[in-house]
Design a protein around this ligand. Structure first.
Ligand code: CMP
Length: 139
């Protein structure tokens, strides 16, 4: 068994729509452990840091505008194969193509306003959680 941690962010669209409880509850019901959780409004600098791998993409500016448009909920989850399990639970990036039963499949219809973000690798996790938490906070 490979216990892993992953980083998840509930985006401003979902916070505005009152979906925090529904989304957190899906992770809890799956058996993932919440190691840390906080609600904050990202500054432009921290949003750019979070999405630095997309800096050269045509959607980068819109993405930064979107994720700074209201508070987000950041969390670190832990469990067996947490990175791939959480990616399965959230569904495809393009919510129009996300399978029913996934978080994006059930709650979104857009490629940008797609409700949640989750780390896609251990390297992404290490970089992304530090935008919100210190290593001591997620022990
Ligand atoms: P996320 O999983 O957080 O990773 C990058 C984000 O960029 C993505 O979800 C979307 O919110 C946003 N995005 C906007 N347009 C695109 C696009 N064409 N392809 C991928 N991601 C996009």
């Amino acid at each position: 068994m490979a216990v892993e941690k992953t980083f998840v962010m509930i985006k401003p669209d979902a916070v505005k729509r009152g979906l925090i409880g529904e989304i957190v509850s899906r992770f809890e019901r799956k058996g993932l452990k919440i190691k840390a959780l906080k609600m904050v409004k990202l500054t432009r600098e921290r949003a750019e840091q979070l999405y630095s791998v997309h800096r050269d993409k045509p959607f980068f500016n819109d993405l930064v505008e979107f994720v700074t448009s209201g508070p987000v909920v950041a969390m670190v989850l832990e469990g067996d194969s947490a990175i791939s399990v959480v990616r399965l639970l959230i569904g495809s990036t393009d919510a129009r193509k996300a399978a029913p039963g996934t978080i994006r499949g059930d709650f979104a219809l857009d490629i940008q306003e797609n409700v949640v973000h989750a780390s896609d690798s251990p390297e992404s996790f290490e970089r992304e959680y530090r935008v919100f938490f210190t290593p001591e906070e997620i022990e």
